[in-house]
Design a protein around this ligand. Structure first.
Ligand code: TRP
Length: 449
């Protein structure tokens, strides 16, 4: 029988905190520090933040619990996890489509994520040496207009990602997150304290927390939900894959709340690090994706210790990106290596090579391919982003919720959740069965109108 196929094991996280560090590392990334502040900035501040929080609690956390249950009960990569759990629940093994779609999404996301993370690397150097003679927006144009420059930093970032994943769970990912996450925490606190003292903190607070619902429309919900999925790394199996290495005695529900809280905390702190500086230098909060590269560099150029604070800020961004990119690569590598045909190292190298080449399309879409549309009205990078984030992740998340809520054997779920307050269990069941699938379906469909 298929279910008894012997699959290679990947090892497990050592220590109680490693899963939390790794999952938080996956969740906290460019989505928090680059994406969240500019999306809050362009969608009316506080109102967006409130809707975002609701999405995290009502859709994100229930699905995260579902992903961890699937991963840990099977101990396998998302494809085999879904196959096993479907068979163990006496239902169709076609549910493994969730795994396939997830690995595809991971490949697409990582291909452009790496290009943007490469720009963050580049900015560590730029912010340290920039004299301010060239305006920050000219500087940004210069950075993205050079294919060779973008490809150089993209290559560096992909090599680092591949090296960490190829070293395995214990010696690679597990060890790196124990170094990277404390660094990230310290840098984050430093940046917020710096902004509190030197920036316009009260204006930033009212911008982020005073809700203005006048500009809220269906698109705000779409943006907020998409951001919640992306930020919590849901819908593609990153958390499922990491869950497979989680010790059995760890509490799934508490852990999910911890990871979601830390992720939200970092997103809000990123806003509190960025906006006080933006307001202190009279810059616009609603400039969109260029917020950290153009507006922040403008501020660093004018700041007394900008040559020092700037590189620290972009190091923070780069670390966050690296601890996320490894979780985008892991599900595919775990799948290729557990089937037994390839070693983990070979699997990581081959898959990274493929993603690296795919990333060329995104790097070139900033310059020589800027007029080339891969999907109607979208250049290469935007197409990757669209297919993964607007289509594959919501569908993946919705199917995960439907599988866990309606099809998965109750006993397996109960074994994974262990001792649990019956009210909490009922609430979770309600959210994963009804609220999560229906709201995702609703928001998903509404984007096409
Ligand atoms: N969550 C990360 C961020 O906020 C990115 C990420 C890592 C991700 N793994 C993922 C996004 C899986 C979606 C799905 O930057």
């Amino acid at each position: 029988m298929e279910i008894q196929k012997q699959l290679k094991s990947h090892g497990a996280w050592i220590g109680k905190w490693t899963f939390i560090l790794a999952a938080t590392g996956s969740a906290v990334g460019l989505g928090n520090i680059w994406g969240f502040p500019y999306k809050a900035g362009t969608n009316g501040g506080g109102a967006f933040v409130l809707i975002y929080l609701a999405c995290i609690l009502m859709i994100g956390v229930p699905i995260m619990i579902g992903e961890i249950i699937l991963g840990r009960s099977s101990g396998n990569s998302p494809i085999n996890a879904m196959r096993r759990m479907a068979l163990a629940s006496n239902t169709s093994s076609s549910w493994q489509i969730i795994g396939w779609s997830g690995i595809t999404a991971g490949i697409l996301i990582l291909s452009f994520y790496s290009v943007i993370a490469g720009i963050c690397f580049n900015y560590i150097l730029i912010s340290a040496t920039s004299s301010g003679a060239m305006s920050a927006s000219d500087q940004f144009s210069e950075v993205i207009s050079s294919p060779l420059n973008l490809l150089f930093w993209h290559t560096l970032f992909m090599v680092m990602t591949a090296l960490i994943v190829s070293a395995g769970i214990k010696d690679g990912i597990g060890r790196m997150v124990k170094i990277l996450m404390p660094m990230l925490g310290l840098l984050m606190i430093f940046m917020v304290v710096y902004s509190m003292i030197n920036g316009n903190f009260s204006q930033a607070m009212s911008f982020l927390f005073a809700p203005d619902f006048s500009n809220v429309d269906a698109n705000t919900f779409l943006q907020a939900m998409g951001q919640a999925f992306f930020s919590l790394s849901l819908g593609m199996g990153s958390i499922m894959a990491y869950g497979a290495y989680m010790p059995k005695d760890q509490n799934v529900v508490n852990t999910s709340f911890t990871v979601a809280s830390l992720d939200t905390l970092v997103a809000v702190l990123a806003g509190l690090a960025i906006f006080p500086i933006i307001f202190a230098f009279n810059l616009e909060p609603g400039t969109g994706p260029g917020l950290v590269f153009v507006s922040m560099l403008t501020a660093f150029n004018q700041m007394t210790f900008g040559w020092l604070i700037g590189p620290l800020f972009f190091t923070l961004l780069s670390i966050a990106a690296l601890s996320s990119s490894i979780s985008l690569l892991e599900p595919g590598v775990a799948f290729l290596s557990e089937e037994g045909y390839l070693s983990r190292k070979m699997a990581a190298e081959l898959l990274s090579l493929f993603i690296w080449i795919l990333g060329f399309g995104s790097a070139l879409s900033f310059n020589i391919w800027s007029d080339f549309n891969l999907t109607p009205g979208r250049n290469f990078l935007d197409s990757m982003d669209f297919i993964a984030n607007q289509i594959l992740l919501p569908l993946g998340g919705m199917l995960i919720a439907i599988f866990v809520g309606w099809f998965m054997k109750e006993q397996i779920i109960k074994d994974e959740l262990g001792q649990i307050n019956p009210t909490v269990f009922k609430l979770w069941k309600f959210f994963i069965r009804f609220i999560a699938p229906f709201s995702v379906a609703f928001v998903f469909v509404s984007q096409f109108f």
